[in-house]
Design a protein around this ligand. Structure first.
Ligand code: AMP
Length: 152
C-alpha cells in the first residue's frame, strides 16, 4: 500500500489544506521593525508574510532577520527597531503556490520551508500552506485508507 494514495496526490488541492488569509498573522510593508517583532513574539511564529495595503503578497519577515539587522558590533542597536521599516529588510523571493495547485506541489514546496504563501494570479494573498497541514492530511488519509482496507 502506498502511503500517499492516488486520490490525495491528484485530487486534494492547496486551497483545501491552506490556512485562510484572515487567520494568518501578517505585517505590512511600512510597519516599523518593532511592530513586526511584537507580532512575531506574541504569535510565537518564526516568520510571517508581508502584505501591501491592498493585501498583495510582498515578502516575508522573520525574527532572525530582525535580530541580525539590529545586531551591532558590541550591542543590539535598539533604535533601529523604530528607524527601519519591514520593507527594508524583508525577503522578497518567497515560495508561492496557488489554491488550484495539487497536494504534491504543496508537499514538494514544504520540504525546504516551514510554510509557503498562497496567492492568486494577480498576487493577492489567499493564505499559507504549512508543513503541519500537509502532515495532518497525510495522517488523515493514512488512517482512513487503513480503515477501508479492514472493512473491505
Ligand atoms: P506550523 O507548521 O504550524 O508549525 O507552522 C510553521 C510556520 O508557519 C510558523 O512558524 C509560522 O512561521 C507560519 N505560520 C503558521 N500558522 C500561522 C498563522 N496562523 N499566521 C502566520 N504564520 C503562521
Amino acid at each position: 500500500m502506498s502511503l500517499i494514495q492516488d486520490g490525495l496526490a491528484s485530487a486534494v488541492t492547496v486551497g483545501e489544506m491552506m490556512i485562510p488569509g484572515e487567520k494568518v498573522a501578517h505585517v505590512q510593508l511600512n510597519n516599523p521593525l518593532e511592530h513586526a517583532l511584537l507580532v512575531l513574539v506574541k504569535s510565537g511564529y518564526s516568520a510571517v508574510p508581508v502584505l501591501d495595503a491592498s493585501y498583495k503578497l510582498s515578502g516575508m519577515i522573520g525574527k532572525t532577520m530582525i535580530l541580525n539587522h539590529i545586531l551591532g558590533l558590541e550591542r543590539f542597536e535598539m533604535e533601529k527597531l523604530s528607524d527601519t521599516t519591514v520593507q527594508e529588510i524583508m525577503v522578497t523571493e518567497v515560495p508561492c503556490l496557488s489554491q488550484a495547485d495539487l497536494f504534491m506541489d504543496g508537499l514538494k514546496a514544504v520540504i525546504d520551508h516551514p510554510f509557503v504563501c498562497v496567492a492568486d494570479d494577480s498576487g493577492y494573498f489567499d493564505g499559507i500552506l504549512t508543513r503541519r497541514a500537509i502532515l495532518k492530511r497525510i495522517n488523515k488519509d493514512f488512517y482512513e485508507s487503513r480503515l477501508q482496507n479492514r472493512k473491505g
